[in-house]
Design a protein around this ligand. Structure first.
Ligand code: PLP
Length: 399
């Protein structure tokens, strides 16, 4: 046998990949399972983006690019940051990765020394604490209760900062809660950060365009004075339905970008040349497809709300962004299933919905806050409708 490294042994498999496995197992037994765990849009990549990729491939754009990404894509990113976020970045301050995820990975690899702390507000996207841990960092999980809209308060941030704090990770719009930080929220956090110049901020803005109650702001727009310790993470996966193309980007101080560039040069070499051409077309082409996608998700969100609101034991609130509901299921804990099993946690609730109603959802525990469920409306309307009806029925059957 080949011995594994401690850093891998300590790593838990991703919750969403585990859920997917369970769905596939049930489906293999011939059962129809409605999957509300999905973390991506079910939409097709818009045609003009696909055709840019085809032209690139046919035109011989099939070689390694520089690790940072093609100048054409980096220019498109700079223009996007100017257009959407009123932020100014130079060519050596932006970098392209194999998905936003690679850039989070390389940013932590480039900056964390053993024991450095990464503040992760909970509920969180599962990868932040795991990626920090892989790089010897120490995730500091800060609970952000529903009472404050699942958002980090200035007081909680102040308390979490220590002399070892390296990063604060801010994800707005948030996966899994859909929370969007307002200008006031960001200004108040910026004020705390001004008092702690050793803390850098990674802002994960991947769901930027998927908002339903107004625009999401970048911390850099609200607090331009923090620019030299801000790393913006974004990508084309969610806004342009391009998850499989694997293109993300980051913008930040040149020295950090150069360090990430070195790491990319020694790992993936560069992102796919063809995907980079597609991403450049996405960012600089007609943005009507983004508005159209947002409209589709808004319809799905409103329908999901309509169907789930009033479900016994579930506290349904409409998310302001992203494509997930994150209802509390505190009212279901202690209830008994028709087979006589008592539900003791959100994981129990999710297993009951899977076995009893054949609907797959994720438990809040996987996202660092219980008892909640994450239900995606990234999928088709038929699935949302059938899934919500089955969930309601299953909840009504509990005693
Ligand atoms: N950040 C958040 C909050 C996400 O939910 C995801 C994907 O699920 C990512 C980053 C990664 O996106 P990418 O496909 O660009 O790697």
């Amino acid at each position: 046998t080949i011995g594994l490294a401690e850093r891998v042994i300590a790593l838990k498999p991703s919750a969403s990949i585990g859920a997917k496995q369970k769905v596939l197992e049930l489906q293999a037994t011939g059962k129809t399972v409605i999957d509300l765990t999905i973390g991506e849009p079910d939409l097709d990549t818009p045609a003009h983006i696909v055709s840019a990729a085809t032209s690139a491939a046919e035109g011989g754009d099939t070689h390694y690019t520089v690790p940072m990404g093609t100048p054409a894509l980096r220019k498109a990113i700079i223009e996007k940051l100017r257009r959407d976020n009123t932020l100014d970045y130079a060519l050596n301050e932006v970098i392209v990765g194999v998905g936003a995820k690679q850039l989070i990975y390389e940013a932590f690899a480039a900056t964390l020394n053993k024991g450095d702390e990464v503040i992760v507000p909970a509920p969180y996207w599962v990868s932040y604490p795991d990626i920090a841990t892989i790089h010897d960092g120490r995730p500091i999980i800060v609970p952000c209760p529903e009472g404050n809209g699942f958002k980090l308060t200035p007081e909680a941030l102040r308390t979490a900062i220590s002399p070892r704090t390296k990063w604060l990770v801010l994800n707005s719009p948030n996966n899994p809660t859909g929370a969007v930080y307002s200008r006031e929220d960001l200004s108040a956090l910026a004020e705390v950060l001004r008092g702690s110049p050793h803390v850098s901020v990674m802002t994960d803005e991947i769901y930027e365009h998927l908002t339903y109650e107004g625009k999401a702001l970048s911390l850099g727009e609200v607090a331009p004075d923090l620019k030299d310790r801000l790393l913006i993470i974004n990508g084309v996966s969610k806004a342009y339905a391009m998850t499989g193309w694997r293109i993300g980007y980051a913008a930040g101080p040149a020295a950090l970008i150069a360090a990430m560039n070195k790491l990319i040069g020694q790992s993936t070499s560069c992102a796919s040349s063809v995907s980079q051409a597609a991403a450049a077309a996405a960012l600089s082409g007609d943005q009507a497809c983004v508005a159209e996608a947002t409209k589709t998700f808004r319809k799905r969100r409103d329908r999901m709300f309509e169907l789930l609101d009033g479900t016994p034991g579930m506290d349904i609130r409409k998310p302001e962004g992203a494509f997930y509901f994150y209802p509390s299921v505190a009212g279901l804990i202690g209830k008994c299933t028709p087979d006589g099993k008592v539900l003791t946690s959100d994981l129990d609730v999710s297993l009951y919905l899977l076995d009893g109603a054949h609907v797959a959802v994720l438990d809040g525990g996987a996202y660092g806050m219980s008892p909640y469920l994450r239900m995606s409306f990234g999928g088709a309307m038929e699935d949302i409708e059938a899934g919500c009806r089955a969930i309601r029925k299953a909840c009504e059957a509990l005693v």
